[in-house]
Design a protein around this ligand. Structure first.
Ligand SMILES: Cc1ncc(COP(=O)(O)O)c(C=O)c1O
Length: 356
């Protein structure tokens, strides 16, 4: 007999294999490193801190800085070591023994965590154009309520969607928020910096709506592993009980503090990524055999006649992208992160040579 729960044994490893390449466009990271001058400020500040002392119990100092930056009450900010930690915490908060409802395909962790933690998972397919089927989500929610009126759970909606890049409208999310009282509605805004608007107004109006944000994408600080939830005070108070004590390090807090103080530098970089995304999308729209989906994020999803072939040909040209073709409805699809202009040129040149 194994002491390991069957759900854990049955769970696949996280679907990622690290591969090196001169042009690395496979993980939706920012193309440029955090500026050296800002690293120096952070390191100097870190050197002045006592390393023998624990950080704040619940990252209170950092939460206050995040709150000031986001325009959200500090009592409703829950920082964590990456927003993916918060996805598991949200399932633990309201999904265990209850429900997780999301779209498919979507960011892998919603489904993985639901299965690992023992929530009943319902997935609503994206529409043919890879947009979020909010009517489908509403119908699924209604069916789940009918089946078991007293059981709630968590709804996960990525906005923009990952890996499609599509952007569910705020009006559609409003309908979903109105229909999902008694549940938590998590809007995963990992890529919100690349979109014209956010769901923060929705979260202000509906106390059961929780936003997840991260420093890994727009802020260009994936190495830091820092994300946070913006929630109503009471939801945040309960969510905090699931955070490990002293779980966010002094180093994470110091680097985030420096980043917030220099937000303008990083916003210039985001503007460049957005304009590069549009340049790449326009060039790819002329590809003879690939289809490019509109994206509101820092990546593009492409449907090719053969994802294995496209991936291998790009890799031979030194460009690493991510295959997405094993996901439901994404046959032939690859995903490319927007890189520096030179990296994007290298990708476009190689893509043009792939042909069919
Ligand atoms: C939609 C989405 N949510 C969350 C995350 C996790 O971000 P973090 O680096 O903060 O754990 C990612 C990372 O790729 C993502 O694509």
């Amino acid at each position: 007999m194994s002491p390991i729960r069957p759900a854990v044994v049955a769970s696949p490893d996280y679907p990622f294999t690290p591969v090196g390449a001169p042009v690395k466009l496979d993980q939706n990271e920012a193309p440029d490193d955090f500026p050296a001058a800002l690293k120096a400020i952070a390191l100097e500040r870190m050197a002045a801190r006592p390393w023998n002392r624990y950080p704040d119990l619940n990252a209170e100092g950092l939460a206050a800085r995040i709150a000031a930056h986001e325009g959200w009450p500090a009592a409703g900010v829950v920082p964590a070591t990456g927003s993916n930690v918060l996805i598991a915490q949200m399932v633990a908060l309201a999904g265990i023994g209850a429900r997780v409802l999301t779209v498919a395909p979507a960011f892998a962790l919603y489904g993985l965590d639901a299965r690992l933690l023992g929530a009943t998972l319902t997935e609503v397919p994206l529409r043919a154009d890879l947009s979020t089927d909010v009517d489908g989500l509403l119908q699924a929610l209604e069916a789940l309520r009918r089946e078991s009126p007293a059981t709630g759970g968590v709804v996960f909606v990525p906005r923009p969607h990952a890996p499609a890049g599509s952007l569910v409208s705020l009006d559609d999310l409003e309908r979903l928020a109105q229909a999902s009282t008694g549940w938590l509605l998590v809007v995963d805004e990992a890529y919100h910096h690349f979109t014209p608007d956010t769901a923060i107004g929705l979260a202000r109006r509906h106390p059961h709506v929780v936003l997840l944000r991260t420093m890994s994408k727009g802020w260009g600080l994936a190495a830091l592993r820092l994300g946070w939830a913006l929630a109503a005070d009471e939801v945040a108070r309960q969510l905090r009980k699931l955070s490990p004590p002293f779980g966010v390090s002094t180093m994470q807090a110091v680097c985030a503090e420096v980043a917030f103080e220099h937000a303008a530098v990083l916003h210039e970089r985001i503007a460049l990524v957005v304009s590069e995304r549009e340049r790449m999308a326009a060039a790819l729209a002329r590809h003879p055999s690939w289809h490019v989906y509109p994206s509101a994020a820092n990546f593009l999803l492409l449907r090719t006649p053969d994802a294995a072939r496209a991936h291998a040909a790009l890799r031979d040209a030194g460009v690493l992208v991510r295959r997405q073709d094993s996901l439901p409805g994404l046959a032939g699809c690859i995903r490319v992160t927007v890189g520096t202009p030179a990296e994007n040129d290298a990708f476009l040149a190689a893509a043009g040579r792939v042909g069919g």
